[in-house]
Design a protein around this ligand. Structure first.
Ligand SMILES: Cc1ncc(COP(=O)(O)O)c(C=O)c1O
Length: 416
């Protein structure tokens, strides 16, 4: 199939002309039904494309789903994290603690507000920031902690909040992977100061681009709303709706971070299906666990007690000594055979900007580096059919058998 598609193996957005082979399983393929399409068409026909009634409805539904007092829709999780730091008053010279095993956006927004990202290594048992190592990283300049609920596994929030309260720090969750995640029965979006979710195309809930901030803090909500729309004291809906034009004033130098009604049209229906789809993700996960347990690779961390995992990413660790093949060659072989994968993540301290700017040594965060060198995310979209799931398993199995020298590659010329 020829066409313009947003597709890249790392999950980063790139718009380019690509040819997707007939049987290629796209990593993180969005699952969009007719009802989403109909709602977008209705939205287009309504004439109200940008922020308006559908965004309001989506925010209300999301705050009900999470139990957070406020839900504020934005055009990306990145934008939401940026606004969260600004609402918390984090600025020049401050320090913010986070994990290096995350997407660039988590740390980039810290730099955007003039603060310094301080990485704390992860705990291999859940790939989340290790609370036992946080206190040693706190200085008088520390203002906030950004725990990232990696792959949808909630961080140990009790331990993190205890440290935050002791040192008077804000806790702003990067919940990009965590739309369905719960910690001790509570949705992660309702816990502590603020959380931000991503609705990017590969995520469990998709609006194309998009994100949602949840918070229980009233005065942050007002500030975020203003900052998300140019710093105006009136939103477009307030200015142009049938209630009559109202003049606005610029009261802060804000940003253009608002979500459109066209995006909320998708989100409203995606949210209604999120719990049913989680069951499908759990079923694929269980089938993968069963199949890969017999193979020379490490399974993703099992959810700890008292948490609900959002099953956003199914990550295997491929260790060359055990598997006879390194992660990169393994990924290349999967791609040749039509299986799209992702890498979550190359540890941020190894990326040129962070390595050079903060002088990180490659072995400075050993657990994060270990995972970063070996991790590969397999397709987990709810669009996968049972036979596609079996094809992923068989392809992984055949590559590992060849790598172990117990088989030869079958002819894949018809597949690739
Ligand atoms: C952990 C994490 N944080 C933040 C983001 C940024 O999300 P968005 O693309 O919605 O800005 C991502 C995106 O993949 C992510 O994985």
């Amino acid at each position: 199939m020829n066409g313009f598609l947003n597709y890249s193996q790392s999950g980063l957005l790139s718009t380019c002309e690509v040819v997707i082979k007939k049987d290629h399983i796209i990593f993180g393929s969005p699952n969009i039904d007719q009802e989403e399409i109909d709602e977008v068409v209705e939205c287009l026909k309504s004439g109200w494309l940008s922020t308006g009634p559908r965004v309001k409805k989506f925010e209300k539904a999301f705050s009900e789903y999470t139990g957070a007092k406020h839900a504020l829709a934005v055009n990306s999780c990145t934008a939401g994290l940026h606004l969260g730091l600004l609402a918390a008053g984090v600025g020049h010279g401050d320090e913010v603690i986070t994990t290096p095993l995350t997407f660039g956006a988590t740390a980039n927004v810290i730099v955007h507000v003039g603060a310094i990202p301080i990485f704390v290594d992860v705990d291999s048992k859940n790939m989340n920031i290790d609370p036992d190592q946080i206190e040693a990283a706190i200085t008088p300049r520390t203002k906030a902690i950004i725990p990232v609920h990696f792959a949808g596994h909630p961080c140990d929030l009790d331990a993190i909040i205890k440290i935050a309260e002791k040192h008077d720090l804000w806790v702003l969750s990067d919940a990009a992977h965590a739309v369905e995640s719960r910690y001790k029965g509570k949705h992660v979006g309702s816990i502590k100061h603020l959380a931000v979710f991503s609705f990017y195309v590969t995520k469990n809930l998709v609006t194309g681009e998009g994100g949602m901030i949840t918070t229980n803090i009233d005065f942050w909500t007002e500030k975020i709303k203003i900052l998300a729309l140019h710093g105006l004291n009136q939103g477009a809906w307030d200015r142009y709706s049938d209630e009559g034009f109202k003049h606005y004033q610029v009261i802060l130098p804000g940003f253009k971070y608002n979500m459109m009604d066209m995006q909320a049209a998708l989100g409203l229906h995606q949210l209604k299906k999120i719990e049913t789809r989680l069951k499908r993700r759990e079923a694929i996960w269980a089938r993968y666990d069963e199949a890969f347990a017999k193979m020379p690779c490490t399974l993703p961390p099992r959810p700890g007690p008292n948490v609900r995992h959002a099953r956003h990413l199914y990550t295997l660790l491929i260790d060359e000594e055990d598997a006879g093949i390194n992660r990169q060659d393994f990924q290349n072989e999967l791609h040749k055979r039509g299986i799209g994968t992702g890498i979550h993540f190359i540890s941020l301290h190894l990326h040129p900007y962070y390595r050079n700017r903060f002088n990180f040594k490659s072995d400075q965060f050993p657990a994060s580096k270990f995972i970063s060198d070996r991790t590969i995310s397999l397709p987990l979209s709810t669009k996968l059919t049972d036979s596609e799931v079996e094809r992923v398993i068989q392809t992984v199995g055949s590559i590992l058998r060849v790598a172990a020298g117990t088989a030869r590659f079958p002819d894949v010329s018809n597949v690739a």
